[in-house]
Design a protein around this ligand. Sequence first.
Ligand code: NDP
Ligand code: GDR
Length: 376
Amino acid sequence: MKKALITGITGQDGSYLAEFLLSMGYETHGLIRRSSTFNTGRIDHLYRDPHDPDARLFLHYGDLSDSGQITNLIYNIQPDEVYHLAAQSHVRVSFDMPESTGDISGLGTTRLLEAVRRSGIKTKVYQASSSEMFGDALPPQNEETHFRPRSPYAAAKVYAYWMTVNYREGYNMFACNGILFNHESPRRGETFVTRKITRAVANIVAGKQKKLYLGNLAARRDWGFAPEYVVCQWLILQQERPDDYAIGTGESHSVREFVEIAFKLVGVDLEWKGKGAEEKGVVRSLTSALSSTSALKTGDVLVEIDPRYFRPTEVDFLCADITKAQKKLNWAPRVTFHELVQIMVDSDMELAGLKSSGDGVRILRQKGIGWIGEIP
Ligand code: NDP
Ligand code: GDR
């Protein structure tokens, strides 16, 4: 039985990856941080009492700032594969916490690579690199595009990227970078823009929230569906040679488009009024079903700009060129942008206590995305 260690197992990607690796028969270990309240909500459904002879998921306390414990875990577990996903992953927050972001998202990778090197164990390492590293490099971006990081987070990830390449070349380690473009899901953290939008849409329809406050509506991102991307993380480590891959959809959309589609899916047609920080999303019309079941009415202002969400330096336009991944990993995304929004809106409608369209689940069934039956 192969053994894997996932750092960041309690996060969006870590939880889907754990599900995937367990379904592939792996003994799966995860690094978790001690916190004063439970932080394992995304993986609780996978957990079994470790005394259970069939248990294959094991959690270990640790922190990326603690190299002793990381070294310890590598020695004790002797994993075949390490998926290094843990990071301070919020770009806006990295401007408030540049030093600790560098420590965790940058140096954390060095601590892990060094632990693997010193252990002498032939462990393959996946580094969660990011399209944010491209910064203001023109789209489409691929493995050859120069990095021009525009945030403390991106700068830390560029450092981690090069350390991964360095350990591969210097010590002959099987160490790879997946340069993943934005990927989302019902399990996405609530402060990332997609989830913030779908959650707000559902709460506004449910009468639990009045408005959605956002920052830069013009930013364009290449948004894909997270469960499909964790398969790539695994595929990257199954290749004959270690290498780096850009993973995305090859399509880019603005935050504004995401907002419009999400509202449209629940029956709200929005129009935009004003410019810049004064721009507002106003109800142009509602479906008759929605006008009879909610307190919403034409002319309501549902979206406003709050400059607090602007970043000192923004990444304007990301769009992936995935030629290499298509060719070498034989991978292509199946869930489209519109379907992604549908899946997330449906899930948040249900969380808000409302009936969803059911189309999100239908899409997943249709596409045969089976192993993530419990997607939300
Ligand atoms: P999340 O923010 O959902 O998860 C981050 C994980 O890192 C959590 O498990 C968190 O633990 C853990 N973590 C944070 N700080 C530490 C620390 N000091 N020690 C140990 N663990 C820590 O991120 P995603 O799942 O979305 O992303 C996974 C990785 O991929 C990240 O490195 C991210 O930067 C990168 N990435 C993500 C993309 C995306 O679009 N999602 C795109 C490209 C790269 P806790 O639950 O306790 O907070
Ligand atoms: P990003 O994701 O910074 O691309 O990093 P995020 O969803 O935070 O922002 C995407 C774009 O939306 C704009 N935006 C807002 N963002 C947030 N969070 N909140 C708002 O209210 C808001 N309004 C507009 C942002 O300015 C930005 O342009 C994510 C993370 O998962 C990283 O860890 C990962 O590396 C990259 O994706 C690829």
